[in-house]
Design a protein around this ligand. Structure first.
Ligand SMILES: NC(=O)c1ccc[n+]([C@@H]2O[C@H](COP(=O)([O-])OP(=O)(O)OC[C@H]3O[C@@H](n4cnc5c(N)ncnc54)[C@H](O)[C@@H]3O)[C@@H](O)[C@H]2O)c1
Length: 365
């Protein structure tokens, strides 16, 4: 609990130089190469985060605010998705919030203007929902991505865009670990639409020179994720269940392997991708060094919480039809080109996540 309180930023923030030095030394000790002039580059710049009230977007927003970036968040706050105003409570006075839908082309044409960076994170994230309501997924994850890029091309071609893509588009892995050359064989509507969204970004980079790159995220978890249900990640609903003493449900035989990234590591990756001159037009996998089975993940969570149970249950048919089996990524490309590597172990990250939700449970259920 003490640790969580320390993560909430005080209102009387230390000077920019002090913060930069603190973050710089933290990053160096975490083996990520951040040059001090990189932080000077960000200071006073403007960044737009689509999906900024969501899980990853709000964690990124907090980091950018700490770095004295002028941050604007766009989010539709559709109740089934991960947006939550509580996510920005500690720093809400320091960001502009625009409750808009990225499907609104006129809003996006206006919002991209004057921005140095666009972190394009808004998305429909549920794989099952994408099968039940494929057109909404198409509109948000595919069509809107094209219109956002059109807005950039017409109104702000000098912007730098980082797109939150997904490992889902690889489908059932043909080999492990999965690198960026692995065939693309999406197993659900969401994977197809995210793929198209990603490729529009690369196309606009190549043809129109709108600097863009894509990070293919794997399972990301941490404070501020949606725990109401399994729409964002099964880990969310596991955290909810363990805190209300319900069993964790593990589908299948529980031996499926996954890799997980703690959200701070993903924020690091979004920043290095935005700041690097080498990232334009590139695709990068994120991943972790410690792939683990779902059963072992449930056991670790129970051990960290000091209580809880899990049950192995058959896959619900709608999930089984789109399951990808074992997956873990080869993230050597982003490591060798941009210096990124994950630094938070699953055990440490789950511990921090549990601490957060013990304090803030009521805001998320
Ligand atoms: N969390 C993961 O494990 C994971 C894995 C792979 C990819 N991603 C991608 O990362 C991005 C962020 O995911 P997240 O985990 O933070 O999920 P999230 O649901 O918390 O964040 C997405 C945000 O986008 C907003 N949004 C959705 N549709 C919108 C619309 N039409 N207009 C405006 N805002 C809209 C939601 O309200 C939400 O706040 C998504 O694009 C997702 O596909 C996440």
């Amino acid at each position: 609990m003490r640790h969580q309180m320390a993560r909430e930023r005080p209102t009387n923030l230390p000077s920019f130089e002090r913060q930069r030095d603190l973050i710089l030394s933290e990053r160096i000790s975490r083996n990520i190469v951040f040059m001090s002039d990189t932080f000077e580059t960000l200071r006073a710049k403007s960044a737009l985060i689509t999906g900024g009230l969501g899980f990853i977007g709000s964690n990124l927003a907090q980091r950018l605010v700490d770095l004295e970036v002028k941050v604007t968040l766009v989010d539709s706050l559709i109740p089934e998705y991960g947006g939550n105003l509580r996510n920005i409570e500690p720093f809400k006075e320091k960001v502009r919030v625009n409750i808009s839908d990225i499907r609104d082309e006129h809003a996006m044409e206006f919002l991209v203007q004057g921005q140095d960076y666009l972190f394009n994170l808004a998305g429909q994230t549920s794989h099952v929902d994408s099968m039940n309501d494929p057109y909404t997924d198409l509109d948000i994850n595919c069509r809107s991505q094209l219109s956002i890029l059109e807005a950039c091309r017409k109104n702000n071609p000098g912007i730098t865009v980082v797109f939150a893509s997904t490992r889902q588009m690889y489908g059932v892995p043909q080999y492990l670990p999965v690198d960026e050359r692995h065939p693309i064989q999406p197993v659900d509507v969401n994977g197809i639409n995210k793929m198209a969204g990603e490729w529009y970004h690369l196309l606009y980079n190549r043809v129109y020179g709108v600097r863009s790159c894509a990070l293919r995220l794997t399972n990301t978890y941490g404070p501020r994720m949606r725990i109401k249900d399994a729409r964002q990640t099964f880990l969310g609903v596991w955290i909810r269940n363990i805190l209300r003493s319900d069993p964790l449900q593990v589908f299948g035989d529980g031996r499926q392997l996954r890799d997980f990234n703690y959200v701070d590591d993903v924020v690091d990756a979004l920043l290095v991708a935005a700041l690097s001159a080498d990232s334009s037009g590139q695709i990068y996998n994120l991943g972790a060094d410690d792939p683990v089975s779902l059963k072992a993940t449930a056991e670790m969570l129970i051990e960290l919480h000091g209580a809880g149970t899990y049950e192995i249950v058959p896959f619900p048919p709608d999930r089984e039809a789109i399951d990808i089996g074992d997956y873990f990524a080869d993230y050597r490309r982003i490591h060798s080109q941009l210096g990124w590597k994950p630094t938070v172990s699953l055990r440490a990250g789950l511990g921090k996540t549990l601490e957060y939700y013990r304090l803030h449970y009521a805001d998320y259920v």
